[in-house]
Design a protein around this ligand. Structure first.
Ligand code: AMP
Length: 419
């Protein structure tokens, strides 16, 4: 017995998964987004350059692929996220119609420690707006996500956390201020990880789970107090837009997101009911990423990723409140003996050509056991074909919901079932 790989899942019933994806897609299309697909494998350099070499995703969590016949030049990996690939596709396909509003759904791979809501293969819907600088775009984008979760999915047990990281210059200035503050703490006050992060990727200290460290960070200088006047104005504008659009949010000064490329607006939708892996959607602005990945010029952009598995964890308990399409009625044809098998297969063909979901029980068994089987399969109608029916050009139709049986001419059976 070979078991599935640690941190992966089998989806045996995909009803809720498909429901969620189709609702997300419909919602995004109504905001004028179109779907694209990019490969699951990319050059590792793409992520080193975009996410930053000191981030956990690049440093510790990459699934690196070494093809058996590799010539040793290329180093490939399974994508850990899709923003960098979408930006690569934007540059490589010389997209000129701006803003480029696209989304893509598919699996991502990160070698993380598996736990509830955290897997090594998981799905994201990534949504990007490339080529738009206006802060009104950020407001529209966040509102779009909030409407999706609140109105389409009827979720109310979540918060929208927002922070504003300013421009890269603001951030540089702020990290010096933060460093001075952290350097002033008594030796040993910060945990080992925070000590390391202080010197490598300073804003990541805020992500620390240690309560003592968090206590210190409550008094840490906040980035919004260290913004340029221009950035300050944008931050105020963003909040005003969100207020006017009736989007509730919580200002979270320690929110920095895990990936290096963000600037200005960053946000996360999180729900306490998910436990420690509480964020189910996150994103922000990345004004320099296009240029960093070789684009001809700076291209202000923003995006987000919805974690599908975590969204499903939130939807499962409220499944009854969602309008999930019922599976279509199932028609099972039972040929009583092998003499009726061809007729059964032809009749099934006819039903399917009229969009009726149909299956035929082809294994030889007694009529009683075939009926039991049809019932177990969830048949709405059972169509019985015996020697008599074959001779009369009829079929015995049993309605499994009310138990009634009726002989119907084979040429009228579709009309009868569609009635
Ligand atoms: P990120 O790409 O890290 O910004 O993540 C965006 C969203 O993807 C998160 O808010 C999670 O919902 C989801 N996510 C990230 N990593 C994982 C993982 N290992 N397993 C399941 N979902 C994840």
């Amino acid at each position: 017995m070979i078991n599935r790989v640690k941190g992966t899942q089998d989806f045996i019933d995909v009803t809720l998964f498909n429901y969620a994806i189709s609702k997300i897609e419909k919602h995004l299309r109504s905001y004028h987004f179109t779907e694209i697909k990019t490969p699951l494998i990319e050059n590792i350099e793409l992520f080193k350059r975009s996410l930053g070499t000191v981030t956990d995703v690049v440093n510790k969590e990459m699934f690196i692929i070494k093809p058996a016949q590799a010539d040793g030049i290329e180093t490939l990996c399974l994508r850990p996220e899709a923003t960098a690939p979408i930006v690569r596709a934007f540059i490589e396909n010389t997209i000129t119609r701006l803003p480029w509003k696209v989304f893509s759904t598919g699996p991502m791979f990160r070698y993380e420690r598996p736990q509830k809501g955290r897997y090594r293969q998981f799905h994201q819907t990534t949504i990007e707006v490339i080529g738009s600088a206006s802060i009104a775009q950020d407001a529209q984008f966040i509102t779009m996500l909030d409407r999706l979760f609140h109105e389409t999915f009827k979720l109310d047990n979540y918060t929208l956390n927002i922070n504003f990281l300013g421009t890269y210059e603001d951030r540089k200035k702020y990290t010096t201020v933060l460093k001075t503050f952290l350097d002033k703490q008594i030796t040993g006050a910060l945990c080992k990880l925070c000590q390391l992060r202080k010197d490598s990727n300073i804003m990541r200290v805020f992500d620390c789970k240690n309560a003592d460290c968090q206590k210190i960070y409550q008094d840490a200088p906040q980035i919004i107090d260290n913004l340029s006047n221009e950035s300050k104005k944008e931050w105020e504008q963003l909040k005003e837009y969100l207020d006017l659009l009736s989007v509730s949010y919580s200002y979270t000064p320690t929110l920095e997101r895990r990936l290096d490329y963000y600037n200005k607006t960053v946000f996360e939708f999180a729900s306490q009911s998910l436990g420690s892996q509480s964020a189910f959607c996150g994103g922000g602005r990345y004004d320099q990423l296009v240029h960093m990945l070789g684009g001809p010029k700076e291209m202000p952009s923003l995006g987000a990723a919805i974690g599908i598995e975590r969204l499903l964890l939130l939807l499962e308990p409220i499944r009854d409140r969602l309008t999930i399409d019922q599976e279509s009625a199932l028609h099972i044809i039972i040929p009583f003996s092998k003499d009726q098998k061809v007729l059964a297969l032809l009749l099934a063909d006819e039903l399917r050509s009229h969009d009726l979901c149909t299956d035929v029980i082809v294994d030889n068994a007694s009529v009683k056991s075939m009926m039991r089987k049809a019932n177990k399969m969830g048949a709405t109608y059972v169509l019985m074909l015996g020697e008599d029916e074959q001779k009369m050009g009829k079929v015995l139709v049993k309605n499994m919901t009310n138990g009634t049986e009726e002989h119907v001419a084979q040429i009228d059976v579709v009309k009868h079932l569609k009635k």
